[in-house]
Design a protein around this ligand. Structure first.
Ligand code: CP
Ligand code: NVA
Length: 309
């Protein structure tokens, strides 16, 4: 994985299909060997800084544990406790942190902030979620599908709900890795056009189809896995009530799931809002693999960290 050393992980689309496959293969190996009790000191003595402008359960804990398990350590850096909170420019923070750390993970609002941090940092910067993208989540999702189906190419994956950061990264990773993807959002909440265009290029190269529609049943028809995410993301709390009313036809419930193939997997990046984007019955049902996804954040991030740092 030598050619990935030193690079940033801001979007899965910055990596070739072969590189993404390598990360997934390494994640599978690290996961298997962890369960066998084997220790990996791939990042002995290295330190990852984790800058958080938004809350987190999975990202924070999985990155921290990932570094520990690889023999390194992680520092939790809440943006409000850093001088960023008092107006120190990001470009100064980036250059300062680069003198201490071997890598930086950032969770923030504007994607341009992650890009600015990466531009000024001399160590790899990993995107732990921005308003635009959530690439580590998408990699964990691909790992989950790979484990359950034994392959990725040709799988039919549907997403219903908001055209947000999670579906953006999901579309990019899925189309790059050869999945057939269908996305249904309410009118006005479609995924970003530039992301759709980039995903279409991936699909054309892979010889697959990408469907972007406002019809949830059409998207789910024949799908082997159905994914959803919250209707109001972090930072959109004020729109919550309005969105809940509008998004109702996109709820992942038993009726919608019945349009997919029998036994289709149910995915959600979590945290979930039961009774909104997904019903309790579907989330807790036998087709749900949401906690496998959560676990796979750890394994795939270990592979990403080991490749970049
Ligand atoms: N899925 C995810 O990124 O969860 P957290 O917000 O808890 O990190
Ligand atoms: N779309 C959600 C994902 C949380 C992990 C958000 O940005 O809040």
């Amino acid at each position: 994985m030598g050619e990935m050393r030193g690079r940033d992980f801001l979007s899965a689309n910055d990596f070739s299909k072969e590189e993404l496959r390598e990360i997934l293969a390494e994640a599978l190996r690290l996961k298997r060997e962890l369960k066998e009790g084997k220790e990996h000191c791939l990042l002995k003595g290295r330190t990852l800084g984790m800058v958080f402008q938004k809350p987190s359960t999975r990202t924070r804990v999985s990155f921290e544990v990932a570094m520990w398990q690889l023999g390194g350590q992680a520092l939790f850096l809440s943006a409000q406790d850093l001088q960023i909170g008092r107006g120190e420019p990001l470009k100064d923070t980036a250059r300062t942190l680069s003198r201490y750390l071997d890598g930086i993970m950032i969770r923030t609002f504007a994607h341009s902030e992650a890009e600015e941090l990466a531009a000024f940092a001399s160590v790899p910067v990993i995107n732990g979620l921005t308003d635009l993208l959530h690439p580590c989540q998408a990699m964990a999702d691909m790992l989950t599908l790979l484990e359950h189906f034994g392959r990725l190419e040709g799988l039919q994956l549907a997403y219903v709900g908001d055209g947000n950061n999670v579906v953006h990264s999901l579309m990019l990773a899925a189309t790059r890795l050869g999945l057939q993807m269908a996305v249904a959002t309410p009118p006005g909440y479609e995924p970003d056009q530039e992301i759709v265009d980039a995903a279409r290029i991936n699909s054309a190269r892979a010889g697959t189809n990408l469907l972007v529609t406002n019809d949830p049943e059409l998207a789910v028809m024949g799908a082997q896995a159905v994914y959803t995410d919250v209707w109001a993301s972090m930072g959109q709390e004020a729109e919550h009530a309005e969105r809940c009313a509008l998004f109702q036809p996109y709820q992942l419930n038993s009726r919608l799931l019945a349009q997919a193939v029998p036994g289709a997997l149910v995915l959600h990046c979590l945290p979930a809002h039961r009774g909104e984007e997904i019903t309790e019955q579907v989330l807790e049902g036998p087709q749900s693999v949401v906690f496998d996804q959560a676990e796979n954040r750890l394994h795939v991030q270990k592979a990403i960290l080991a490749a970049l740092l």
